[in-house]
Design a protein around this ligand. Structure first.
Ligand SMILES: [Mn+2]
Length: 482
């Protein structure tokens, strides 16, 4: 936006104002079309012309919320309120950003402000009450001395009603037949009996709790493994991966790199299928934790399809998911990425005490949350958690730990994968047409023991039953996503 010096300052302001408004309208149009990248681009241009408009910041904040850049969304909402402290939407945006970041007390404060300013606004009151309830529940949950749900369950005595004709474990064990029946059952949108769900959860918790935080495997010359990225509750796309690439087996090992749940509305189907395969092929089927396998993320689907108690057990199982996996001492796989500080070693990762909710900083947080960036060095995270790391950071980490490259997931990519940092940082994402709107491909990677050269396979989304993504998301979060 360059302006000729012949304009007087007053006129410049007026022209600038108009230009900015046109840019905002263009951005709004992209926003409506769910093209958030372009929406952000034009809101940013509008802000370059007129950096004192609270609406532009607030709108861009919403676009950032939609692209899950909660750190940027929070910064923009805060900026909007600095400009105009009476701008109600700004408080909503900031509250939604804080909700997404798990900062419920901060969110509550903003809802409180809105209720004070608009005492007759029923919607504001409702949101305040709901946020208050969540903040209260979370505070209690974190104060409680955690007793395992397993101790209060009597699975043996749970009866399976006569009219249930779905899959059952065989003598309490997951078998290949059970897995095939369960996948078909889920495909028809039927619910697994809660006794079977509990059996799977208890057994997989026991199995995962015996694994180290850093899993280390060796592929023989003739062996290959398939690495998948985020699946995010897209059950029908998961079935498509198995159709294209074969069912998991002793000779067809898989590694699923976190974020199995949330967004898509078939998270339970995805996670029970993955846990089932872990039980069936414990040495050839691998799962790593993602940032969504946490309590701050969406709990509603389990609560809607089963009970709050079962969610508790899911939470316990998630806490035992390993955090990273090393293949042939050369390739390191994790959900998010590298670290906020140099000098982290594989030995440090082996020692991480992972049976917990991820902390706000440190190696465990970074493994689940960080993202690569094109420029050297580190930057503040667009997500508001952990950091962004440059090619030099990757280089130093690989050299110190005698590794060739890292594979991570965590970010949607148009082609389903992306190779950055001179081939040393690979992103893989396996939820095609993410949230039914991103239009991206999904991908998975083959790694062979003989050369460890990544081989990329792309796929597109398949149809799924008419249940919208985020169908089970908390209503306060849905507002952010509207
Ligand atoms: Mn993620």
């Amino acid at each position: 936006m360059a302006y000729g010096s012949e304009y007087g300052s007053e006129k410049k302001m007026a022209e600038g104002g108009n230009d900015a408004e046109l840019l905002k309208e263009k951005a709004n149009k992209y926003f409506k079309e769910k093209d958030y990248e372009n929406a952000i681009k034009y809101y940013s241009e509008a802000l370059e012309v007129n950096p004192t408009n609270a609406v532009y910041y607030s709108n861009r904040s919403l676009a950032y919320l939609r692209t899950e850049c909660y750190g940027y969304a929070l910064a923009d909402a805060t900026k909007a309120l600095e400009i105009d402290k009476n701008y109600i939407k700004g408080y909503y945006r900031r509250a939604t950003s804080n909700m997404a970041l798990g900062k419920f007390k901060a969110a509550l404060k903003d809802y409180e402000t809105v209720v004070k300013v608009r005492p007759n606004d029923k919607d504001a009151k409702m949101k305040y009450q709901e946020c208050n309830k969540i903040a209260f529940e979370r505070a209690i949950a974190s104060d409680e001395i955690k007793k395992s749900v397993v101790d209060s369950l009597d699975i043996e005595s749970m009866t399976i009603e006569d009219d249930y004709d779905g899959p059952k474990l065989e003598d309490g064990k997951v078998t290949e037949t059970f897995m095939k029946d369960m996948m078909d059952w889920f495909k028809d949108q039927k619910k697994l009996h809660r006794k079977c769900a509990y059996q799977i959860l208890v057994q997989v918790k026991d199995l995962l709790s015996k694994l180290p935080s850093l899993v280390e495997i060796t592929l023989k010359e003739t062996e290959k493994i398939t690495i998948c990225g985020d699946t995010h509750g897209q059950y029908y796309d998961l079935l498509n991966i198995f159709k294209l690439n074969g069912l998991p087996s002793e000779t067809n090992p898989y590694l699923f790199n976190g974020d199995f749940v949330d967004r898509g509305s078939f998270s339970l189907e995805v996670i029970l299928t993955l846990f089932g395969f872990k039980l069936l092929h414990p040495d050839n089927f691998f799962l790593l934790r993602g940032n969504h396998e946490t309590d701050n993320m969406n709990q509603m689907e389990v609560k809607a399809k089963y009970t709050a108690q079962m969610f508790q057990l899911f939470s316990e199982v998630f806490q035992w998911l390993p955090l990273a996996q090393c293949i042939n001492s050369k390739v390191l796989v994790m959900h998010g990425g590298l670290f906020s500080e140099d000098g982290v070693t594989l030995e440090d990762l082996r020692k991480v005490e992972r049976n917990r909710q991820p902390p706000d900083s440190g190696p465990m947080c970074d493994l689940l949350w960080s993202d690569p960036q094109p420029q050297n060095g580190r930057s503040v995270s667009k997500r508001g958690v952990s950091c962004q790391f440059g090619p030099d950071v990757t280089e130093r980490f690989l050299e110190q730990n005698k590794l060739d490259f890292i594979v991570r997931s965590h970010e949607v990519k148009t082609e389903g994968y992306e190779v950055t940092h001179s081939g040393k940082c690979i992103t893989v994402f396996s939820a095609p047409n993410y949230c039914d709107q991103m239009g991206n491909k999904g991908a998975y990677i083959h790694l062979r023991g003989s050369d460890l050269k990544p081989e990329f396979h792309q796929f597109t989304a398949v149809p799924h039953p008419n249940v919208k993504p985020m169908a089970y998301a908390n209503s306060l979060m849905q507002m952010g996503m509207m």
